[in-house]
Design a binder for this molecule. Structure first.
Ligand SMILES: CC(C)(COP(=O)(O)OP(=O)(O)OC[C@H]1O[C@@H](n2cnc3c(N)ncnc32)[C@H](O)[C@@H]1OP(=O)(O)O)[C@@H](O)C(=O)NCCC(=O)NCCS
Length: 192
């Protein structure tokens, strides 16, 4: 029997479902793959017990919402989340990791980023959503721009990558400047 997962947010090529310890082995593999973590703040190796503790900590946080990224044929390919949700300033920090590398460059990152903007603005009632991305993460920057993020600034040379200091780009979307993408507004997401 094929297991069904609740679809909290539905896109055209993927959907988001709440994270679950069922997939901890996947997270563990991804988080120990340097190609995946090169563009993340995490530095592998991370042992399984650390990953389990990290997961427990994250799901216990009241100011964090985490989702698995599922393809339309129910394969888990990554996770995403809103972190540090601040209910006074109404902002949050967006994060995403597509751990299955075969799925990079196929539009999933862009779609998930768009879905999470809808989630942040229409469900969490945020005013702004921000992220940090390393300057060499060209796929990430492009995906975020396509979803509506704008560059706010640069932190110079604060990342040591392959022997060279690299910049971090700060990006954000302000609710008033953001337009609901045409493709997503057709999906009835706003009526849910
Ligand atoms: C970063 C990440 C979320 C992007 O998701 P993705 O599904 O691979 O990205 P998409 O396919 O939606 O979009 C990538 C875009 O970057 C473009 N791109 C790829 N390589 C590029 C390069 N070297 N220079 C410029 N653009 C590039 C692609 O052509 C595509 O744009 P297009 O659709 O206009 O052609 C994903 O690769 C990932 O999770 N990587 C590992 C972890 C990570 O970096 N997380 C984010 C940390 S901030």
């Amino acid at each position: 029997m094929i297991k069904k997962y609740p679809k909290v947010l539905i896109g055209e090529i993927c959907y988001l479902t709440p994270v679950s310890s069922e997939f901890i082995d996947k997270y563990y593999l991804w988080i120990n793959d340097p190609e995946v973590t090169n563009t993340l703040i995490i530095n592998p190796p991370m042992i399984l017990e650390q990953e389990e503790k990290w997961f427990e900590l994250l799901i216990s946080r009241k100011n964090t919402y985490l989702f698995n990224i599922m393809t339309n044929d129910n394969k888990i390919i990554g996770n995403t989340g809103m972190h540090n949700i601040n209910s006074v300033d109404r902002n949050a920090d967006f994060g995403i990791m597509i751990g299955e590398k075969d799925y990079w460059g196929k539009g999933y990152g862009t779609e998930v980023t768009k879905l999470m903007l809808i989630y942040g603005f229409y469900h969490l009632n945020l005013h702004s959503i921000y992220l940090n991305v390393y300057s060499y993460n060209k796929k990430g920057i492009r995906a975020y721009e396509k979803a509506g993020y704008k560059q706010d600034g640069v932190i110079r040379q604060n990342k040591f990558y392959k022997g060279v200091y690299k910049d971090t780009i700060l990006m954000s979307v302000i609710r008033d400047e953001w337009e609901v993408p045409d493709t997503l507004s057709k999906l009835n997401l706003l009526d849910r």
